[in-house]
Design a binder for this molecule. Structure first.
Ligand code: SF4
Length: 706
C-alpha cells in the first residue's frame, strides 16, 4: 500500500492586521505544524506567540460547533437540525419580518476576521437583495476613525506607507498602540532596525508605560483624551522652528494658514499642562520629527476608539502633511489595523455607510453602478445602522432580527448590559461561528457552524494594503461549512438569483472586476495571480502589474483638487463621559500579548494562558493607597452601567487617575469577573461611530466578601 506523504502549504495568519505568512506542514497522519514563511515580505520567517500556536486551534475540535441547532420557540432549548431545516427557517423568519416591518427591520453584524469573499457575499446579499444597508461589522470598533481621517485629509481610505518603509525611516511616533504586544512582528522589525541604526528615534504617546516603551527614546505619558492638544503643540513648535516643508505645504496642501492660526492659539506651556508632559519633551518630539529624513506615524485603538477619534487622527496626519513626510521612502502615516481583514471588508463596501470598491454611498450614480452590476433595481441610499446603533435598535424593537457572523458582541461591544438586553428582546438571533465558547451564543435562536482557518479558501488584506491568498488545508469538522456557502445557500432559500458560485475564485473575480477604474483597482488580480505571488499590495490595475507599495509618490492626493487637506477640529477638548466624585477614575481598556479578541480561539491554547491567564486591573500606587488596595487584592470596579470583580496589579506603569482592564474575558471564560464592557459607555465619535472604549468614568473599591 502506498504510504501517504506530508504536505507543505503557504498561507496567512488569521489573527491580527500585520498579515504574516505561514508555512503549514501536514504530516502523513494529518497532524498540523506551523512555522513562519521565510520568503514572506511581511514577517520574513518570524511569528509571534499567537501565530506560532495557531495549529492547536485547528487540531482541537473540543469547542467547535459541529451541526446547526435551532430553537423551535423562544425559551425552548436548541435542538440539532439539518442544514435545510435551519436555512428554511432562517429564510421564512427573515421573509416574514421584512414583509411585515420592511427591509430595515433586519440587520447583519459581521467581523474583520471574515474573508473578503465572505464580506463580498454578505454585502451583496444585504444591500443588493434584502434592500437594506443594515450591515456593519466589528471593524467599526477598530479602524473607523482612521478611515474617516484618511478620507477627509487624503481623499481616500488608503494607507500611504508600507512595512518596508520601516527600515528606511529614522523617526517613529507610535500613538495609542502597543505593537510589542498587539502587532508583534511590526515591533520586531522596528526593534531590529533600531538595533542596526541606533540613531533612530522612537516616540511613544500613551497614558500607560507599555512594553513598546522599552524601545522609546521619548515616552509622552499624556492624560487620556489630550492627544489633539499634544499633536497641535508639536505642530506649533515645528512651525516656529521652521522645521516644516514649505514647498510641499504650498504646492500640495490646503488649509495650512487656518491650521497655523489655530495651533498658535494654545501656548506650549498650556498644552504641556493639559497633557501632563513637559514643554521640553514637546520640543524634543517636534525636533526628532522635523529633523528626520523619514518619519512614520503608527497608531491603533488608543486614537481610534475615542469620541474624538477622527479629530485625533487628523491632528496626527497633519504632522506628516506639514513636514511633507508622506509618499516618500521611509515616510508616511501607517495605521496599525487590529483585525486581519478589516481592510478587505472595506474594499467590498461591507459596512453600513460604505459602497463596493470605495464608491460613495451618497452618490446616486455610484449606487446605480453597483445595482446594475449585481442585477438588482437599486441599492438603498440611506446608510444602515452601525454596530452600536444596531444593538440599540434591537433593544428598542426597531430592529427585529440580527444575523451575527464570526464575532461575539456580548463581550466585545460597549455596555454589555445593553447588548444582553438587546439580544434577549430580539425576535430572532442567528449566530454563525466556529466556537461554542462565545457568550453571545446563549441568545441564539439559530446556530450555524462555520469553517475556520485552514478549513476554507479565500483572501485577506493586511494593514499595508497587502492582499494574501489563504489555502484550504483540512476539512471542517462535523457539518461545519465555509461562510460563503452558508450565505449563498440562505440567499437561494430566499429565492435570490446571483449566488450560484461553484468556487470562491468566482466570487473574488466578481469583486475584482467591480473595482475597475476606482482608486483601489484590483482588476488585474485573480486567484491564479495571487497563488503565484502569494501576496500583493493594491492597487493592481492590470494583469502582471507588480502592485503598489507606496501611495502618493507623485504627491497627487485623491481629493477633487489633488491636494491634501490640513484640517482643524471644532474643539481640541475631549468630549468623553466626565469623571465625577462618584466615578473619579478613567477606565481605559485594551489587549494582552497572547490573547485575541474574546478568546474563542486563543482561550483554548494552554501555552497562551501562561503569559497572563486571568483578567486583572492595573492601578497606580497613589490611587491604590487612597483606597487601601494592595497588589493582588480583589477589587470591584463600578460604573454607571455595571461592575466587575478582579485582582489588582498596583503599578506605576499607569498614570494616577487612570485604570486599565484587558477586554478579552467573557462570562463563559471567567464567571467571577463578568465582562470588562459591563463598565464601558455607549458614546461614539459622531463622524466614525467608533465607540469610546478608552475613557469611561468608574470607581474602584476593595472587595469585601458579603
Ligand atoms: Fe499573526 Fe499578527 Fe502574530 Fe503576525 S503578528 S503571527 S499576523 S498575530
Amino acid at each position: 500500500m502506498k504510504k501517504n506523504k506530508s504536505h507543505r502549504f503557504k498561507t496567512t495568519c488569521s489573527y491580527c492586521g500585520v498579515g504574516c505568512g505561514i508555512v503549514v506542514e501536514q504530516d502523513a497522519k494529518g497532524k498540523i505544524r506551523v512555522e513562519g514563511d521565510a520568503e514572506h515580505p511581511v514577517n520574513r520567517g518570524m511569528l509571534c506567540s499567537k501565530g506560532l500556536n495557531l495549529h492547536y486551534v485547528v487540531s482541537d475540535h473540543s469547542d467547535r460547533l459541529l451541526y446547526p441547532e435551532m430553537r423551535w420557540a423562544k425559551n425552548q432549548p436548541r435542538q440539532r437540525v439539518s442544514w435545510d431545516t435551519a436555512l428554511d427557517r432562517a429564510a421564512a423568519v427573515f421573509k416574514t419580518i421584512i414583509d411585515k416591518y420592511g427591509s430595515d427591520s433586519v440587520g447583519f453584524y459581521a467581523s474583520g476576521q471574515c474573508l473578503t469573499e465572505e464580506y463580498y457575499i454578505v454585502n451583496k446579499l444585504v444591500k443588493g437583495y434584502l434592500g437594506t444597508n443594515n450591515l456593519d461589522t466589528n471593524s467599526r470598533l477598530c479602524m473607523s476613525s482612521a478611515v474617516v481621517g484618511y478620507k477627509m485629509a487624503l481623499g481616500e481610505d488608503a494607507v500611504p506607507a508600507s512595512y518596508d518603509d520601516i527600515e528606511l525611516a529614522d523617526c517613529f511616533l507610535i500613538a495609542g498602540a502597543n505593537p510589542a504586544w498587539c502587532h508583534p512582528i511590526i515591533y520586531r522589525r522596528l526593534e531590529q532596525h533600531k538595533e542596526q541604526h541606533p540613531d533612530t528615534k522612537v516616540i511613544v504617546v500613551d497614558p500607560r508605560r507599555t512594553q513598546t516603551c522599552t524601545l522609546a527614546d521619548l515616552h509622552l505619558q499624556i492624560n487620556p483624551g489630550t492627544d489633539i492638544i499634544l499633536y497641535h503643540a508639536i505642530a506649533r513648535y515645528l512651525i516656529e522652528e521652521n522645521l516644516i516643508d514649505d514647498a510641499f505645504v504650498q504646492n500640495h496642501t490646503d488649509g495650512f494658514e487656518n491650521f497655523k492660526n489655530f495651533v498658535f492659539q494654545t501656548s506650549l506651556e498650556e498644552a504641556a499642562f493639559t497633557c501632563d508632559v513637559s514643554v521640553s519633551d514637546i520640543k524634543l518630539a517636534a525636533t526628532y520629527i522635523g529633523q528626520a529624513n523619514g518619519f512614520i506615524s503608527m497608531w491603533a485603538m488608543g486614537l481610534n476608539q475615542s469620541v474624538i477619534g477622527v479629530d485625533k487622527n487628523l491632528a496626527l496626519l497633519n504632522l506628516s502633511l506639514i513636514t511633507g513626510k508622506i509618499g516618500r521612502p521611509g515616510s508616511g502615516p501607517l495605521s496599525l489595523t487590529g483585525q486581519p481583514n478589516a481592510m478587505g471588508g472595506r474594499e467590498v463596501g461591507g459596512m453600513a455607510n460604505l459602497l463596493s470598491a470605495h464608491r460613495d454611498l451618497a452618490n446616486p450614480v455610484h449606487r446605480q453602478e453597483v445595482a446594475n452590476y449585481w442585477g438588482v433595481p437599486s441599492v438603498p441610499a440611506q446608510p444602515g445602522l452601525t454596530a452600536t446603533e444596531m444593538f440599540q435598535a434591537l433593544r428598542d424593537d426597531k430592529l427585529k432580527a440580527v444575523w451575527i457572523i464570526c464575532t461575539n458582541p456580548l463581550v466585545s461591544l460597549p455596555d454589555a448590559g445593553l447588548i444582553e438586553e438587546a439580544l434577549k428582546k430580539a425576535r430572532f438571533v442567528v449566530v454563525q461561528d466556529i466556537s461554542n465558547k462565545a457568550d453571545t451564543l446563549q441568545y441564539a435562536d439559530l446556530v450555524l457552524p462555520a469553517a475556520g482557518w485552514l478549513e476554507k479558501e479565500g483572501t485577506m488584506t493586511n494593514s499595508e494594503r497587502r492582499i494574501s491568498y489563504l489555502n484550504k488545508v483540512v476539512s471542517p469538522p462535523g457539518e461545519a461549512l465555509p461562510d460563503v456557502e452558508i450565505l449563498c445557500r440562505f440567499a437561494k432559500k430566499m429565492q435570490f438569483s446571483g449566488f450560484d458560485y461553484k468556487r470562491p475564485d468566482e466570487i473574488y473575480e466578481e469583486h475584482a472586476r467591480l473595482t475597475k477604474g476606482t482608486n483601489i483597482d484590483i482588476s488585474g488580480l485573480n486567484y491564479e495571480a495571487l497563488q503565484e505571488k502569494r501576496s500583493i499590495q493594491w492597487p493592481v490595475p492590470a494583469l502582471g502589474h507588480e502592485g503598489t507599495p507606496r501611495l502618493f509618490t507623485d504627491q497627487q492626493f485623491y481629493t477633487p483638487n489633488k491636494r491634501a487637506k490640513i484640517l482643524t477640529p471644532a474643539t481640541i477638548y475631549n468630549q468623553s463621559e466626565p469623571v465625577s466624585p462618584e466615578f473619579p477614575l478613567i477606565l481605559t481598556t485594551g489587549r494582552v500579548r497572547d490573547q485575541w479578541h474574546t478568546m474563542t480561539r486563543t482561550g483554548k491554547v494552554n501555552k497562551l494562558k501562561q503569559h497572563l491567564g486571568k483578567p486583572f486591573l492595573e492601578i497606580n500606587p497613589l490611587d491604590a493607597a487612597l483606597r487601601d488596595i494592595n497588589d493582588g487584592d480583589t477589587v470591584e470596579i463600578v460604573s454607571q452601567r455595571g461592575k466587575v470583580r478582579v485582582n489588582a496589579v498596583v503599578t506605576t506603569d499607569i498614570k494616577t487617575g487612570v485604570i486599565f482592564l484587558p477586554m478579552h474575558w467573557g462570562k463563559i471564560l471567567n464567571r467571577d469577573f463578568g465582562r470588562t464592557n459591563n463598565l464601558t459607555n455607549t458614546l461614539v465619535d459622531p463622524k466614525s461611530k467608533e465607540p469610546d472604549f478608552k475613557f469611561s468614568a468608574v470607581q474602584v473599591q476593595k472587595y469585601q466578601k458579603p
